[in-house]
Write a protein that binds this ligand. Sequence first.
Ligand code: ATP
Length: 369
Amino acid sequence: FEPWNDPHEKPLIQFRNVTKRFGDFTAIDNQTFDIYAQEFFALLGPSGCGKTTMMRMLAGFEAPTEGTILLGGQDIAPIPPNKRAVNMMFQSYALFPHLSVWDNIAFGLRRDRMSKDAVAARVEEMLKLTRLEQFAARKPHQISGGQRQRVALARSLAKAPKLLLLDEPLGALDAKLRQATQFELMDIQEKTGTTFVIVTHDQEEAMTVASRVAVMDEGRIVQADTPARIYENPSTTYVADFIGDVTILTGRAARADAGYDVHYAEGAAPLHAAFDIDLAEGETCHLALRPEKVSITAERPEDRRNAVQGKIIDIAYLGNLSTYHVEIAGGRMVKAQAANTRRLSRRDFTWEDTVWLSWSDTAAVLLRE
Ligand code: ATP
């Protein structure tokens, strides 16, 4: 994996030892990280982890208790929210109901005393960008939810901010429309070159739209990386568990050729992980194993060191694939996923079947914590 960040790329936003406290509660805990120009950056994490607080500090609605936030190399603390090259699009869209789509988009430009011609040119450009030309004369209640979302986006981008903050921008849309809109959002971000920071609860959404995803836990970014690196190389079991489906097998490490053997159950053969991390002999460690990397077969595969026998406890049939919950030695549960590439028949695996699970030496990520 190549990291997405080019070290020569210029950071647009720099958090430097930023802490935010509310009374004696620490909402953001000493965070130092960069967001790059033209990046689509997602903040992802469970409720209360500090995503909105991060956004509000960027927008200027909150000031850090300690530390500095730089925008284009300048401390933003003295700059009032309306003077920052930052705009925020709210989940509610906050459109003016009595104004037409055209006037909603023009509102901020007029307030800035832009000339009439310049306003018209800019509004037309935004209508085109968001494919709203034919709805220009309508009021917000005369268009669909998806179209309203695009009006809000057009309005937020009209003043050409350097940074656009999107707080659950697709939260109000149904699942199908949401997916289509994700691609639109990526397209618009690319066309405008504006840096987008999005807050979402939806990990799939973050993975789809963002060039980098920051996974947060209790006021800290645990890992900020490309979606592929977050998924394939999680830095902790928390990250592995937060993104996608995973089995965590905890055990004790023993040095072996090209990595470690992990002893996870009394009397069971150890599992092998070809990862070169620094573990002491006997140290507690974890294997993070994605279900789709586990093969499920009736016979023991001969070419794999990591093969364990187990019993199918549960099957989730999802159409294109099935997820099997398999109990192995020590009562541990391992999830295995198989693509249903042909129509299932009665001869396929079912509950209580004894099966073999196997995976390659690099399939399970070895983690310290
Ligand atoms: P959600 O996904 O539910 O919106 P979040 O990750 O955005 O959550 P924040 O809104 O940033 O979380 O809140 C982080 C923590 O800070 C929470 O525990 C919240 O209760 C606390 N907090 C936020 N704003 C204030 C405030 N004005 N006064 C006191 N505590 C606050």
